[in-house]
Design a protein around this ligand. Sequence first.
Ligand code: BYC
Length: 326
Amino acid sequence: MYTTELQKTAKVESLEDPALLEAFEARVAADEFIEPKDWMPEAYRGTLTRQISQHAHSEIVGMLPEGNWITRAPSLRRKAILLAKVQDEAGHGLYLYCAAETLGTSRQQMIEALHSGKAKYSTIFNYPTLTWADMGAIGWLVDGAAIMNQVPLQRTSYGPYARAMVRVCKEESFHQRQGYEIMIALAGGTAEQKRMAQDALNRWWWPSLMMFGPPDENSPNTAQSMRWRIKRETNDELRQKFVDITVPQADFLGLRVPDDDLVWNEAKGGYDFGTIDWEEFYAVVRGEGPVAKERMKARRDAWDNGAWVREAADAHEAKRRERKAA
Ligand code: BYC
């Protein structure tokens, strides 16, 4: 644990009732789920609200790059599948907003935090989708990385988040397969299709590795989140697993992972890989990604354009209550 983490932990301990904190930590250590009405340290509540709401925002913003391709899918079958996938992402966002709301922050507050730039969403959705092959690469790599990150979250210590993850992971697994199937079709197709598949892999590989977050030694939240079993594996552990699983899949496709330093390391039983451009990662986190402004504008416009639906629902609810009271 490095200094900031030690300070954070010390701060948590000094703010809370030691007996309650001790009982809470014993429950977490025994792998019991913490439920909404249970006592929990405020820092636990805060970290979960941050992580779950940012996860929800990622699902919703994540609909945009693929939603963009629904009208351009190359066949009716591909269109129906992509439409279903994008709808699944909306569902994931909804379960996650609901899970976060059980911690005491309203969905409206969370959405305002996204629109004001206070809350983050995954860096991956700030890159453009240039060709149909990007739909394959996103399903294969982005959903593949999401599964790697989210399978352990089925055992996260907060009950509503863990339960939401069970369904999300089942659906993500279908998404990953549909993406890989697109890659198989393209990689086994004409020379031009194979070139498109390679180009998509080249552009999505490194941003997919960045999805797992900063290296453990620069990850301010990991140590405390591991201790409270919010995170079950660290950013670097999950990134390594993703590389180890995905490289043979690229080999099967006959595509080349765009990393000259990628080499199997027999001793560690995994791949060594090149250095991630962390400058790029932090720039994208700061909102400087290639299509970041476009993504946020699309979300704000959707919110504004949907105002009449929320107003109509409120008016309907008010009438219903009036009728009930009369
Ligand atoms: N992008 O201390 P760290 C999907 C931030 S949805 C942006 O390691 P933590 C999908 C981090 O928030 C994919 N920001 O943080 C959807 C923190 O800043 P704050 C989303 C990032 O929380 C549709 C700071 O950097 N998945 O897959 O311990 C279609 C320091 O990081 C990123 C989830 O949200 C990033 N990539 O670990 C297809 C999963 N990485 O918040 C697919 C749940 C880090 O302190 N979340 N930051 O201001 C997690 O597992 C963890 O929150 C993370 C980061 C591993 C992402």
